[in-house]
Structures are given as structure tokens and as C-alpha cells.
Design a protein around this ligand. Sequence first.
Ligand code: MTE
Ligand code: MO
Length: 250
Amino acid sequence: MISRPTLSRRGLIAGGGLLLSGCDRIVRQPTIEGWVEGAAGLHRPAQRLLLGRDALAREFREADMSPTFRSNGNTEGDASWAAHAADGFARWSLRVDGLVKRPLDLPLTALKAMTQRRQITRHDCVEGWSAIGQWQGPQLEQVLAMAGLMPTARFVVFHCADKTGEDPYYESIDLVDAFHPQTILAWAMNGRELPLEHGAPLRLRVERQLGYKQAKYVMRVEVRDTLAGLYGGKGGYWEDVAGYQWYGGI
Ligand SMILES: Nc1nc2c(c(=O)[nH]1)N[C@H]1C(S)=C(S)[C@@H](COP(=O)(O)O)O[C@H]1N2
Ligand SMILES: [Mo]
């Protein structure tokens, strides 16, 4: 039973030798569960046992797409983001750094030129609403493979362009979710470029998790070995300020 996720990880990312060792390590490592406290500590391993962390989120048909998909949380970024928005993000690029061998600056054109994944999924917000939408972009795994993970890599942090008061929005996931096939950096929604209020130019879709994990306005992807020392240390804006679970599994 215990060895199962490790085996399925192996199948999923065959070919990525470097990434493989990272995944094997993360699946075996008991400290990840120990690190998440309280209810989350029970919830996450329980979900893994029942469904498997590699299971796909349900995908829908075009006919199932919600006629309106509301936006939630911040609906714009900071002044620097606004300047990029004003020229259609033509001079914007995604920074990829931290525990990587090759830090990258990827313009939108580069992200659009990579192999794309398109998926129609249901977004579930803890505030009590859901919507079905279509998302498109490269898999995060591809971007991480381009940058090359260092052996100590354990978490991927998404730094966003928006602030609520003093605190910037940010989110983080572990390597299991980072290499999940439905984890993409989406630049398109419902067949057109991501609208400003939905996180243009780029947002995370990590489909096995709740709405607040779907970071909008992603400016920088940082690979880290720990979440300690970053803002409130709990791995995300809502985790820090409101005690949301770090693993927001659905
Ligand atoms: N940068 C950033 N990302 C964010 C938020 C935010 O305020 N800022 N809100 C989160 C929440 S709670 C939800 S439900 C979704 C909303 O995404 P939408 O605006 O595309 O509906 O984005 C999430 N990601
Ligand atoms: Mo949300």
C-alpha cells in the first residue's frame, strides 16, 4: 500500500531522471506530513490513501463550462503589473529561480511556444461557489525541467503581483503537485488570453486543490527547500493570515 504512490510517480515522470529522484524522496519523506500541523496533517495523508496524489481531477466537456466565471480576491496587481498590463505584457517575463540550475526569464511568447495542456475543470472556492472553466498553458513540470531542479528542491512558490494591505499574495505546492499532469501555468482561459481579473498574464492551475491555491498574477516561480522564513512561514497568503490549510485538497 505504502509503496504505491512511489511506483505511480515513477510511471508518470519516466524520463526525467533528476525530477524522479526529487519525487521519490518527497513521497518517502515522512517529515512532509509532520510539517503540516493540525487538521491538515490528518487531511492530506488521508486523501492520498483514498484517492492517490496522482489521481486526475475530473475534466468536463465544453458544454459544461459555466456561462459566467466570477473573479474573486484581488482583481488587479501592483503598479509595475499595471504598467505591463498597459502594453499587453509584451515586455513581461516570468522569473524562475531559487534551487534551480538555470534561472530563467520566460516571456509569454516562450510560455506559449511550449507544449500546451488544455483542461476543463471545476474551480471550488471555500467561500461557497464553484465554476467550470477551460484553462491552457504549459505544464509546470516542463518549466521546472527547463530550469533543472537542485537535489534539495522540495517546494515551488508562486509570487504574485497583488497585495492585500501590506502582504503580497503567494502560494506554494510540493513536488508531487508540481509534477502532476494537470498542474499548469495558464495564460489562457475559456479560449482567450487570461482576462485581467482572472490573473493575467499567468496563473497557476493546480486542479486537485481549492480556489485559493490557484495563484493569479504569477510573476515569479521560486524553488525552495523549506517554506520557513517566507512571509508568515505557512506557505501561502491565506494560510498565513486566516489559517487556511496549506494542502487545500478537494
Ligand atoms: N494573486 C492572487 N491569487 C488568487 C487570489 C488573490 O486574491 N490573489 N484569490 C484566490 C481565490 S480565494 C480564488 S477563489 C481564486 C479566484 O480566481 P478567479 O478570480 O479567477 O475566480 O483565485 C485565488 N488566487
Ligand atoms: Mo477562494
